[in-house]
Design a protein around this ligand. Structure first.
Ligand code: OFO
Length: 167
């Protein structure tokens, strides 16, 4: 049975994963309208993955005797001035998600809820990958700067990455 503090912490995490999904969906839509087809494909897929992260938490909370709350979400930004801004925002967002996951793990240890702590390890590993990927993308974009040819190749490559089968 879930302790109330842990249930609240998990419900907060559910909200954050749902917000991530909304934010990346807004980014995908913005990139699509600017003709960055590869970038938008990558971001649509990323948005779907965040929904999956949210659902995994919803199921866990309910299976453990808690009640997963489907949250209200704020409107994400409508447009971003550049591809660089999109990925800078994404990296900063992922860093805040990692912080939040670490806080949930801390709560689990304080409450001696080792089952939830074990479940959260999946998210801990996932964040290493997600932050790493976002940093690699930012490094590439910093190298490219405003070079149009470079951005064209970036968009093509990230689109190929999105169509590759999920690990
Ligand atoms: Fe991008 O992170 Fe979910 O957990």
């Amino acid at each position: 049975m879930l302790n109330k503090n842990i249930e609240t912490a998990l419900n907060n995490q559910i909200k954050l994963e749902a917000e991530s999904s909304q934010l990346y969906l807004a980014m995908a839509s913005c990139a699509e309208t600017r003709g960055f087809g590869g970038t938008s494909a990558f971001l649509y897929q990323h948005s779907d993955e965040e929904r999956m992260h949210m659902l995994k938490l919803v199921k866990f909370v309910n299976e453990r005797g808690g009640h997963a709350i489907v949250p209200a979400l704020a409107q994400p930004p409508v447009s971003f001035d550049a591809i660089q801004t999109i990925f800078k925002t994404l990296l900063e967002h992922e860093i805040s998600v990692t912080e939040s996951i670490n806080n949930v793990v801390d709560d689990c240890l304080n409450e001696k809820d080792y089952t939830t702590q074990n479940f959260m390890q999946w998210y801990v590993s996932e964040q290493i990958e997600e932050e790493g990927l976002a940093r690699t993308i930012m490094d590439k974009l910093n190298m490219i700067g405003n070079d149009k040819g470079g951005l064209y190749l970036f968009d093509r490559d990230i689109g190929n990455q999105a169509s590759a089968p999920l690990a």
